[in-house]
Design a protein around this ligand. Structure first.
Ligand SMILES: Cc1cc2nc3c(=O)[nH]c(=O)nc-3n(C[C@H](O)[C@H](O)[C@H](O)COP(=O)(O)OP(=O)(O)OC[C@H]3O[C@@H](n4cnc5c(N)ncnc54)[C@H](O)[C@@H]3O)c2cc1C
Length: 614
C-alpha cells in the first residue's frame, strides 16, 4: 500500500470537513465522547476519528470560533496529555508545589499521547499490548530529566523493572521468515529465516554474532531474487567490499550523509530492482521512512550494511524506537503514562509497586473531578491561547461546546506545527519554524488471535514482508505456552512513497493524507487479506482466528528529525528547533527536540517548566 498521486489527492479531500460551520464541527467532535475504558476499544484507535476535527478546521480552513467567558482558573494549563505534557505537570509540581492547580487538556479519548495501550479479551483472557510509544530508548539511562522523573515514580532509568518472562516461541524453535509477494518478486514465496534481519541485529548490538555465510547463501538461493541480485546482496552482507574507494575521511562522511541508501544500493552496491525491494523497508520501524527516504549514514546507524571502511553502527540518540531500545512493559511506555497520571491524580488507580501498573485498573471517571489539584480533561482540543498580561486564556472545545480557562502558566505540549494557529501572537520567526514541522505517519495494528497454530506450523514468530503494506509482523508474548492459546499479533505499516526522491516532509504529508482518508473497513479488509494470503497455506483463516483488530493510526506520529538529505544539521547536540515560547507560555513535546523519543518528550517537559517565569 504505497502512495500514488491520486491517493494523495483523495486523502486530502476526504480529511477536510469542508463546508461545516464551526458549531457543526464542535458537535462532530462531540460524537466520539463517552467511552468509559478507552484502552479496551477496538477499531480505529491512535488518532481516532474526531481527534482532529477542530484542529484541522483551524489549520486548514481558518475557522473562526466565537469568544466565550472563562469559567475556571488554574496555575498551569498543559495542552497535550502525552508523556511530555504529563512530565511537564509532574515537574511543575516539583518546582512550584504539589498544591498547584493544574489542568491537562488532550484531544484524544485516552491519555498518554503516543504512549497508549490496547487491550483485548479472548476466551476470558486479557491481552495487553502497546498501541504506540513502546520501548525505552538507550539514551534514557544517561538523561538527567528521565532519571529524575523515573526515580520520582519509583523506577530506575538504568534497568527495566522485573525480569523478562520466559519466551515460549523460542522454546518451540520459532524464528524469523521472509514473505516475498508476487506483485514485486514474481511469485508469492515463504523463505524460512531472515539473515539480513539477523545481520542488522548483530551489527546494532542486539544479538551476538551474525548469520554465517552458508546460511546466508542458502537463504538467498531459496528466494525469488535474480541471480545477480543474490550475488550483490551476498557481497553487501559480507562487508568486505569498499563501495566508495575513492573517498576517505571527511569526504566519505559527507557522502554518507548526502546519499540516499536506496541510491547507494543501486548505484554503488550494484543491486537491481528486486534486491532493492528486498532491502527497502528495513528502516520503516525506526524512521518511518524506507531506504529511499534515509541517508546511508542513517542506514548504518541502525545496523544496515554498507560495505567495508564505513563507520561502525552507532545508534542515533535522537531515535526512540531503534534496535538499541528495549520494551520495559507489555503495554510499552503507556505504563509510564499511567504511573505519571496516578502520581498526579492518586485516586485514579491503586498501584502498590510500579510493576503492578500493567494490571492496575484505572478509573477514568476520576481524571477530572472538582476539588482535586490536578485535572486531566480528555476529548478537549485547545483552539486558542491568548496571553493577556500576567494571565493567559486558553479556549478549547469539549463535549460540543467551547470553554475557556485562565492560567498563570501554560505549557504547549501538543504538536509544534499546531502552535502558530493556537498562538498567533508568537513572534514571526518562531511561527515560521513551527509551521515547517511535519510528523511522520505510521500504523501499529494489533490483531487478537484465538490461537497461533499457523505460526507454530511455520516455525515463525516474526515475518518480514518487504514490499507488502504491513512489512513487519511479530507475535507478542502469548496468554499461554501452547499454540492453541490466544496471542496478539503486532503489524507495522508505514505509508511510504518508494523511489520518489521526495523530501521527508513531503513523504510524511502524503502519507498522512492517505491514512486520514482511508476508512477502517478498507484497513480491515487489507489486514485480513494480507494475513490470509501469507498464512492461509498453514490453515489460517482470518474469519475463524481473528478475535479483534485495533488499528493504531498515528497520522501525526514520529517527530521530525533533522534530515541530512535536506541539508539539515544532524549533529545530535544541535537543538532542533528548540523554541522557547513566549512569556508565561512555554513549548514542550518531542517535536521541540527534533527527536521522536521518550527522552526528548520528558526533557522538553522539564525544560518548558524551567523556562516559565516564577
Ligand atoms: C507508533 C509510535 C511508536 C513509538 N515508539 C517509541 C518507542 O518505542 N520509544 C520511544 O522513546 N519513543 C517512541 N515513539 C515516539 C513518541 O513520540 C515519544 O516516545 C513520546 O511518546 C512523545 O510524547 P509527546 O508528549 O512529546 O508527544 P505526543 O505523544 O504526541 O503527545 C502530545 C499530545 O498532545 C495532543 N495535542 C496536540 N494538539 C492539541 C491541542 N490543540 N489540544 C489538545 N491536545 C493536543 C496530541 O493529540 C497528543 O495526545 C513512538 C511514536 C509513535 C507514533
Amino acid at each position: 500500500m504505497t502512495i500514488t498521486r491520486r491517493d494523495f489527492l483523495n486523502g486530502t479531500a476526504l480529511t477536510i470537513a469542508a463546508g461545516l460551520a464551526p458549531v457543526q464541527l464542535l458537535h462532530a467532535q462531540q460524537a466520539r465522547t463517552g467511552a468509559t475504558y478507552p484502552p479496551a476499544l477496538t477499531g480505529l484507535r491512535g488518532n481516532h476519528p474526531g481527534t482532529y476535527t477542530l484542529a484541522h478546521s483551524l489549520a486548514r480552513e481558518g475557522a473562526k470560533y466565537p469568544v466565550v467567558l472563562a469559567h475556571e482558573a488554574f496555575d498551569l494549563v498543559v495542552v497535550g496529555g502525552g508523556l511530555s505534557g504529563l512530565a511537564a505537570a509532574w515537574f511543575y509540581r516539583r518546582r512550584f508545589g504539589a498544591n498547584r492547580r493544574i489542568l491537562i487538556l488532550d484531544n484524544h479519548d485516552d491519555f498518554g499521547g503516543h504512549a497508549k495501550r490496547n487491550e483485548f479479551t479472548v476466551r476470558g483472557q486479557r491481552l495487553v499490548t502497546y498501541g504506540g510509544s513502546a520501548e525505552m530508548p538507550a539514551s534514557a539511562a544517561s538523561d538527567a530529566a528521565v532519571r529524575e522523573l523515573l526515580a520520582g515514580i519509583g523506577l530506575d532509568a538504568t534497568r527495566p523493572p522485573g525480569t523478562a518472562p520466559a519466551d515460549p516461541y523460542a522454546a518451540l524453535g520459532m524464528g524469523r521468515a521472509v514473505f516475498f509477494d508476487a506483485e514485486h518478486f514474481g511469485r508469492d514465496q515463504w523463505v524460512a529465516g531472515d539473515p539480513f534481519g539477523e545481520l542488522i541485529d548483530a551489527r546494532s548490538g542486539q544479538q551476538a554474532g551474525g548469520p554465517d555465510a552458508a546460511a546466508l547463501s542458502r537463504f538467498l538461493d531459496s528466494t525469488p531474487l535474480p541471480a545477480a541480485d543474490r550475488a550483490a546482496l551476498a557481497r553487501l552482507a559480507a562487508g568486505t567490499t569498499d563501495y566508495l574507494p575513492a573517498l576517505s575521511g571527511a569526504e566519505r562522511a559527507a557522502a554518507l550523509r548526502a546519499m540516499r541508501y536506496a541510491s547507494f544500493l543501486r548505484d554503488k552496491a550494484g543491486i537491481g530492482l528486486a534486491g532493492q525491494r528486498f532491502l527497502r523497508s528495513r528502516s520503516n520501524d525506526a524512521y518511518a521512512l524506507d531506504a529511499d527516504g534515509i541517508s546511508v549514514a542513517d542506514a548504518i546507524a541502525i545496523g544496515l550494511p554498507a560495505g567495508a571502511n564505513m563507520p561502525a553502527p552507532a545508534g542515533n540518540p535522537r531515535l526512540g524506537k531503534s534496535p538499541a531500545s528495549r520494551l520495559w512493559f507489555p503495554d510499552g511506555n503507556a505504563s509510564l503514562a499511567r504511573l505519571l497520571v496516578q502520581s498526579l491524580i492518586p485516586g485514579v488507580a491503586s498501584i502498590a509497586r510500579p510493576a503492578d501498573v500493567v494490571s492496575a485498573t484505572f478509573d477514568y471517571s476520576r481524571l477530572d473531578r472538582d476539588g482535586q489539584p490536578v485535572r486531566l480533561r480528555l476529548n478537549s482540543t485547545a483552539i486558542a491561547v491568548e496571553p493577556d498580561g500576567n494571565i493567559t486564556r486558553v479556549t478549547y472545545g469539549f463535549s460540543g461546546n467551547l470553554h475557556r480557562v485562565e492560567a498563570r502558566h501554560v505549557v504547549l505540549a501538543g504538536y509544534n506545527m499546531m502552535i502558530p494557529y493556537l498562538l498567533p501572537s508568537l513572534p514571526a520567526q518562531q511561527k515560521e519554524v513551527l509551521h515547517n514541522e511535519a510528523k511522520a505517519p505510521l500504523v501499529y495494528t494489533k490483531v487478537a488471535l484465538d490461537h497461533w497454530q499457523a505460526f507454530a506450523a511455520l516455525r515463525t514468530r516474526r515475518i518480514h514482508a518487504p514490499a507488502m503494506a504491513y512489512t513487519d509482523l511479530w507475535l507478542e508474548p502469548p496468554a499461554g505456552r501452547q499454540p492453541s492459546d490466544p496471542a496478539v499479533l503486532h503489524m507495522l505499516y508505514v505509508p511510504t512513497v518508494p523511489d520518489s526522491g521526495m523530501p521527508a516532509r513531503d513523504r510524511f504529508r502524503a502519507g498522512r493524507a492517505l491514512l486520514l482518508g482511508t476508512p477502517f473497513d478498507t484497513l480491515e479488509r487489507d489486514i485480513r487479506a494480507q494475513l490470509d494470503r501469507m498464512l492461509g497455506h498453514k490453515g489460517f483463516a482470518s474469519k475463524d482466528v481473528i478475535r479483534g483488530i485495533t488499528v493504531n493510526r498515528w497520522a501525526h506520529g514520529y517527530s521530525y528529525m533533522p534530515d541530512s538529505l535536506a541539508g539539515e544539521n544532524v549533529a545530535p547536540d544541535v537543538a532542533w528547533p528548540g523554541l522557547p515560547g513566549v512569556g508565561n507560555i512555554s513549548i514542550a513535546n518531542s517535536d521541540n527536540a527534533g527527536s521522536p523519543s521518550l527522552a526528548a518528550a520528558v526533557g522538553q517537559g522539564k525544560g518548558a517548566v524551567e523556562r516559565l517565569l516564577a
